[in-house]
Write a protein of this length. Sequence first.
Lengths: 359, 303, 370
Amino acid sequence: MIRKTALALAALALAAGIGTGAPAQEPELKVGFVYVGPVGDYGWSYQHDHGRKAVEEEFGDRVDTTYVESVPEGPDAERVIRQLAASGHGLIFTTSFGYMDPTIKVAKMFPDVKFEHATGYKRADNVSTYMARFYEGRHVIGTIAGHMSEANKIGYVASVPIPEVIRGINAATLAARAVNPDIETQVIWVNSWYDPGKEADAAKALISQGADMIMQHTDSPAALQAAENAEDVYAFGQASDMIQFAPNSQLTAIIDDWAPYYIDRVRAVLEGTWESQDTWKGLASGMVKMAPYTNMPDDVKEAAMEAEKAVASGERHPFDGPVTDRDGEIRIEEGETATDEMMLGMDWFVEGVKGDLPK
Amino acid sequence: MENFIISMIIAATPLLLAATGELVAERSGVLNLGVEGMMLVGAVVAFAAANSTGSGTLAIVAGAAAGMAMALVFGVLVLSLMANQPATGLALTIFGIGVSGLIGQAFVGVALEPLPKLAIPVLSDSTAAGRILLGHDAMVYLSLALVAAVAWFLARTRPGLALRAVGDNHDSAHALGYNVIATRYAAVMFGGACAGLGGAYLSLAYTPMWAENMTAGRGWIALALVVFATWKPGRVLAGAFLFAAVTQLQFYGQDWGLPVPSQFLAMAPYLATIIALVVISRDVNLTKANAPACIGRPFRAER
Amino acid sequence: MILLEPRPQPSRALTLLSPVIAIALTLVAGGLLMAAMGRAPGQALYVYFFQPIHEFWFWLTLPADQAAMWIYTPAEVVVKAIPLALIGAGLAVCFRANVWNIGAAGQYTLGAILGGWIALSAPEDASGLWLVPYLLGGVLAGMAWAAIPAFLKVRFNANEILVSLMLFYVSTQLLDFLVRGPFKDPAGYGFPESRDFGAGLIMPVMVEGTRLHYGVVLAVVACVALWLMMGRTLKGFEVRVIGAAPRAGAFAGFSRARTIWFVLLLSGGLAGLAGALEVSATIQQLQPTISAEYGFTAIIVAFVGRLNPVGAILGALVLGVSFIGGENAQIALKLPKAVTGIFQGMLLFFLLGCDTLIRYRVRLAWAARA
């Protein structure tokens, strides 16, 4: 009996291997995804998983996708990425900044596996990086806020002070002040990407201090809900269209749409044309999208669409000079535009932004 | 200021609900560290109920029932099987995070009307006091009523006396003819119901949505508040408001431009809790009198 | 109605058997869960529990050239178990003294912070000898952080559960502040991370091709030393007496205050060591997330190990297997993480519940009184 059980286990082990779920038909490519949050966060990880589902839909039986969620940005990440590579995944997307070093490390061990790391800057022959120019979307919402704000105060619920978040705050503020120079942006750091209660509290604090436009760079729709429950306050969705949470207050939302990129890259591996590259795309490519413009007068809607078009076509850059930081130093000269390098390391606020900024 | 106080009351409510329930469980001599897990399951079940029935009342009841179901699992383990209480409570939290995530899969990104505010026309709008005291949703008043009821129950009623006796010395309580295990089951289940309500408040009123792990550590704060309150219901109320106020200060402080890094503002609620505890604890009479002597100790009837 | 009858003596056989029964029950319950989810139960359970053990077996038995690939996962279980065992053993002693240090995660974080400060102050080409002050720094910082609840408890009678837990939250904000400010890597594009530690400050790897590091030696030595201390020395006796019967302890001339200081500094120091060790071995830089949850998981480890410091090693391995099994189940079986959490919860329920069998006989009685 014991012997039989042992044999059965050994057989199972072979069937299970590491990872092969033994599907009826072997897929051409297995694609792995590593998420920092739960897929149920309705924010960052949720949108990446949306992209994963689009890949499944596009390629059907040809690909098989796997995801591992809530992987902390520490020692666990390396093991998870390695396990995915060792279990036959040919393409692995690691979707948080903290996965950068583990991704590079594992990539060295598995030269035949392709890796795609979101938001980082380290690449290798089998490691690409990709990121979205969300700040282009922030330019559009800044423009809208410039037209819509009557209190001349934007409230910004911000997660953590990294360049990407700072860039978004600056882009929105510059655009709003281009329309209405009296506008100021008040930033409140929540020091977390994800705590709906605190996000709501921060938004409420901003509203009670007179902000009538709420922007957010955190994951949940809580800030929008706070705006919905206040009078004459409008807000912008983040990561996905959140109109169902604020049907009367969402003006638009900046949508992260990873689906086209993921489909492209999977196709490249299938066709054998995959190469290591650095992708940083915005409105033009569809990686960043604007949700329908709602709850605003027609002239504002037109201005928004015009801003969206101008940025997408490259005719306008959210960081066209002159740009002065809040200490009065000119950071971008008239006639010049911020370089990618400058934007990647942005650690200063433009004129008109109020709030703490760690040095 | 007015908005600050309103935000504070809302932020305090889930803490108050969960902490009051845990207080009763601890007063009976049972330490349940699984509050976070029970809150999460309460939150998701309440959301699911509200989403499918459209009834806020049913949703609140469902949240409480879900918390009780979780507490029952805990009760069987620690009361009937005498498993270790702190470890079982921690396991309950892991379990609850999993269960709520699984149930919640269908509700991610679904919106819900918040619980209606019980506004009384004119009165609740015309004055600041009216806006602060009136015009909240039912659960805010429920939580305040609960604190009062628990305070009265523990101090003034015979079953309350029995519960305290069980927590202070289960052997004597047993000798006096009290049913120790049944009392503790009741207290643990009550604690679960309250934690479920605290969770339900988050997913129905505070931020009407479901998102995985949305309690974000509030269960732990509720546990800390019970100790902070030295097992007195009235002090739970004070503690929850103090904690919520300092938390709100973190956001308002940034808006006012306090020249302090935001991380230090974020530390403030925890430091304030420690300082307040030290001040209270200095007087031994204040703490010793209320701390249940049998907390965490399993009981088995000799017969 | 469940009735428990005490055994005259704890059952030797069941001491060993109870974890086996617990695992068997988890297999049954887990199998039912998998079946309910529409998955093949056998495969799920294999991946969850037995794969690391099975792969370890391959590594032992296969010829060297084929064996190497199988050691990675078993080694990872041990890598995960190292900090858990270190913290868990310290907490076991602490809990034996009836002192409730719930904030080991904070002491772990402080160990990582002070260690990190030493590592970042060292020259980049520092030799491996720097690991000595580095790890000592971790121990000291953990002790210092644990000294706060100890002082407040002894001096002001402030509850250590609350103080240590609150200090955990404070420590995470402190780490956050440091990696976004003073410790931030100037060449890191503004991301909240320190620079990488120099090669000398990285714990050397023990088995090529894995992340298994020499910290395992420290963990085993610490656990065995604490076990000896608890069983063979007057200090251990003192801790146990104070924990079980403080009044009797006072008659014997033992000081409760001294014991509180001792166990908090001990468990804090070990948690700080674990923090410094983990950062040096697996993260190799400071960042906002450094797996501080180990401090909470170690509470379960201490109890699964029945508050015995050597038992903490076993408890840590069980928890390690269940974490990594959960990850593998996500990869191999595409189970959502929620399911693996439910599974882990059940395993712990059964492990804790079955321990009752050691000291009691269980009788099921229906209504009628025996």
